[in-house]
Write a protein that binds this ligand. Structure first.
Ligand SMILES: [Fe+2]
Length: 270
C-alpha cells in the first residue's frame, strides 16, 4: 500500500512538472531566411512581422516586444492584424506604435477583432496619428524592389473578400517581389494563383497547443481542431506563406510549447 502511494505521488509530481514546463508564455524571435532571384545579388531585406498583440491586454508588455525588435534593425515592420483588441483599452498600443514607427516604416492590415470593434474608427485614427501606413490596396516600394499588397479583414467569417482590380492587376503583372498581407491564413488560398512570392498572416495564436513532432496547433477559430495552417512556414508552389503564432491569447487558456513570437525575416537576393 505504501509503495502504491509513493508511486502514485511520484507520477503526479512528474505529471505536474511536465505540465509546468510545457506552459510557455515566453517571448521569442523566430527567424526565417528566404532567397529570391527578384532581388539583386547583394540585396537583403530585413522585415519584422508582428500580429495579434490584442491591445497588450493579456499580460505582454509592449516594452518587451520593442526590446527584441530594436536590435534586429528592420527595414520594414508589418503589423498583421489584431494589433488592437475589440474589448481592451487602446492606450498601450498607442504608446507602442509611437515607439515602433521610430524604428522603420510600419505597414498595417486589419484583423477580425479590429473590424468587429465599435471603436475601430478610433483605432484607425491612432494608426494614422502614429504614421502607420494602412494597406487597403497595394504599395510599390521601389527602393526594395517589392510590391506590398494587403486586404482588409472581412467583418465576419462567412463574407468573401474581394481584392480590388488594382490589387489583381499589380500582382499578376508586376516583376517585383510580391508580398501579400492577409490576417486570416485560411483565406489566402483564394489568392494563390496571383503569383505572390510571400504571404504573411497572423490570427492563429499557434493553435494554442503544440505537441512537438505530433501536432502543430490544436484549435483555431475558423479552421477547427488540428488546423492545417497554425503557424510557421508553408510552401505552395512558388509562394511561401509565413504565419505568425502571435503575441497574445484572447482566452485565458495556457499556451503549450507555443511561446509568443516576433517573426523576423531576412530576404536575400541570389
Ligand atoms: Fe484574428
Amino acid at each position: 500500500m505504501i509503495l502504491q502511494i509513493i508511486l502514485f505521488t511520484t507520477f503526479m509530481l512528474v505529471l505536474l512538472y511536465l505540465i509546468l514546463i510545457a506552459i510557455d508564455d515566453s517571448l521569442i524571435t523566430r527567424t526565417y531566411q528566404l532567397k529570391t532571384k527578384k532581388f539583386k545579388e547583394n540585396q537583403k531585406l530585413k522585415l519584422v512581422l508582428l500580429a495579434d498583440t490584442h491591445s497588450f491586454g493579456f499580460g505582454l508588455k509592449y516594452q518587451d516586444v520593442l526590446e527584441q525588435v530594436i536590435p534586429l534593425e528592420p527595414n520594414l515592420i508589418i503589423l498583421g492584424g489584431d494589433i488592437f483588441d475589440d474589448k481592451k483599452p487602446l492606450e498601450a498600443t498607442d504608446r507602442f506604435l509611437d515607439e515602433l514607427q521610430k524604428l522603420a516604416p510600419v505597414y498595417y492590415v486589419s484583423g477580425n477583432h479590429e473590424k468587429i470593434a465599435p471603436d475601430y474608427p478610433q483605432m484607425v485614427e491612432l494608426l494614422k496619428k502614429n504614421n502607420i501606413i494602412i494597406i487597403e490596396d497595394n504599395i510599390i516600394l521601389e527602393k526594395y524592389n517589392i510590391l506590398l499588397c494587403g486586404l482588409d479583414d472581412p467583418r465576419s467569417l462567412d463574407k468573401t473578400i474581394k481584392p480590388t482590380e488594382t490589387n489583381l492587376k499589380s500582382a499578376k503583372e508586376s516583376g517585383l517581389y510580391k508580398i501579400f498581407l492577409i490576417h486570416r491564413p485560411e483565406l489566402a488560398k483564394e489568392y494563390l494563383d496571383l503569383g505572390f512570392d510571400l504571404i504573411l498572416s497572423g490570427h492563429t495564436h499557434g493553435g494554442q497547443i503544440i505537441i512537438p513532432r505530433l501536432a502543430n496547433g490544436f484549435f483555431i477559430h475558423g479552421q477547427g481542431v488540428f488546423p492545417k495552417l497554425a503557424g510557421g512556414l508553408y510552401e505552395f508552389g512558388d509562394t511561401t506563406h509565413i504565419i505568425s503564432r502571435g503575441l497574445a491569447n484572447t482566452v485565458y487558456f495556457p499556451r503549450i510549447f507555443n511561446p509568443l513570437e516576433i517573426v523576423y525575416l531576412e530576404i536575400e537576393g541570389t
